[in-house]
Design a protein around this ligand. Sequence first.
Ligand code: NDP
Length: 519
Amino acid sequence: MATAHANIQALTAARFEMPAKFTQFCENGGQPLGGYIGGQSVPGSMNATFETVDPGSLDVLARVCEMGEAEVDRAVTAAQAAFAGNGVNGWRDFPVDERCELVMKLVELADRDRDVLLACEIHDGGKVSELAEGDVDQIRACAEYFCDVARRIPLGDGPSMDVADGVRGFTYREPWGVVAGIIPWNYPIVLTSWFMFPALLAGNCIIIKPAEDTPLSALYLAKLAEEAGFPPGVINVLPGRGELTGQAIAEHPGIRYISFTGSPGVGQHILRTCDRHGTRMKREMGGNGAAIVLDDADPEVVARMIGRHANQHFGQTCCTIHRVFVDQKIADDFIDAERHFFENLKIGYQAEEGTQLGAVINPTQMSRVLKAQSETVARGGQPVVAGGPAEVPGRKGFYVKPALYRTQPGVQCNPQEVFHTFATICPVSSAEQALELANSTPYGLGASVWTKDVDRGIALAKQLRDGTCQVNCHNSIAYGLPYGGQGISGGPGAGVNCEDTFRDYTQVKAVYVSEYPEA
Ligand code: NDP
């Protein structure tokens, strides 16, 4: 039994050697990597560049050109031109099969250069290989799913109905035109795929704004898209800072729709900006995930499962578990098992064999996490695993130890998303109390119930105020089911990865047609 428990492990690194093709891409013949606009690499009119680094070693991977207002405008113009073509051959006019063919060609090239994309996730994004492999798989999975959806959900005219004598009406569904995806640093390839495939397949031309910390995969995908034969202007990539490049995207009235993934504060700010000029916006934002452990659960097995999920990408996962509510009958055993799991996570460089907890993405994030740890104690959390900065011999990255606290009902010691391997465990007297506490947050992204009694678990899970409610699993994602947030974690619209996501990338008009009036 002890061996079976031990098999439930944190995601772990295999040793990863940086492929020569990745190094060559980053070196770019000695020139900084440009943005990608209208089928061309663009240095940017500001002559500004920034470095993207490996967060576990602080090695500079590449210099990247920052795109400003002028480049945003240029990208919008290029995308508008590609959308419309000369009136008949724009991206909006491509038959769905041709769009699918190009998308799947891009996927084949991504498969061919899988090691380069893995290097982007592992070195630029700071991931362990076990997670990065799964992330790169999402390119194909997402593309195939949305090709299927695009073939099944027709755009254009809906069924016609008689609305009055001599008057008929029907709907007309069409792509928005130019849409932008603003992407965070924690899952660059996954979130770029989740944005780009439904948006493109619905007939939009796109602008991708990758996070400043992780621009490489989007730029590499743009290179592959060019090789695949996408017409210039259909896909554009604008690297740069959020407050500059991202803000200019939010302010541009030529962008009809924005898909934002990131923190609630930034999402709310962009929403206000977009609202001023009528750009629609979809937001997928952070969470403060809860897990409820019922009295029949095996404390050791479930502690290990929850530890594994809480540590996915070192807790830098939007739906990660930060708050655990465990029945008091098993609380001591559970806390002890979780302490053991957290204390035994192997902290190290993310590209080195065996690492389970690597560096956080940047110094700002590191100080945020450390601040959240000390505030948790100040608010009444009792440290079980103390957290604090970590040292990894021979590495200069942003390393932080995991943190675990015991708390009690009524002590709100972790009101916000921390975004690290961090959890509070609160013993509770009943499942109802656990549910009430789990729901007592403005976030609502993902939560789970852990119990041998699956029916009881389902009944409780349905009462969670979250977009994703789970029984005996967490961090769950499947194409065909919506992944989105309630409360400040997201909205409006369907979330991602379902048929309604595809519809979100289109707009619907009502068309009325009356017979010509007799004189
Ligand atoms: P941020 O909100 O800081 O940034 C997200 C993106 O917005 C980045 O590209 C950023 O640019 C950009 N940005 C920042 N300011 C502006 C602005 N004024 N105008 C336009 N764009 C701007 O989030 P993080 O990158 O820190 O990502 C972590 C957050 O994302 C967490 O809250 C996490 O939970 C959430 N998330 C949610 C997911 C979901 O599906 N619900 C999935 C993954 C993450 P730059 O970084 O270059 O400054």
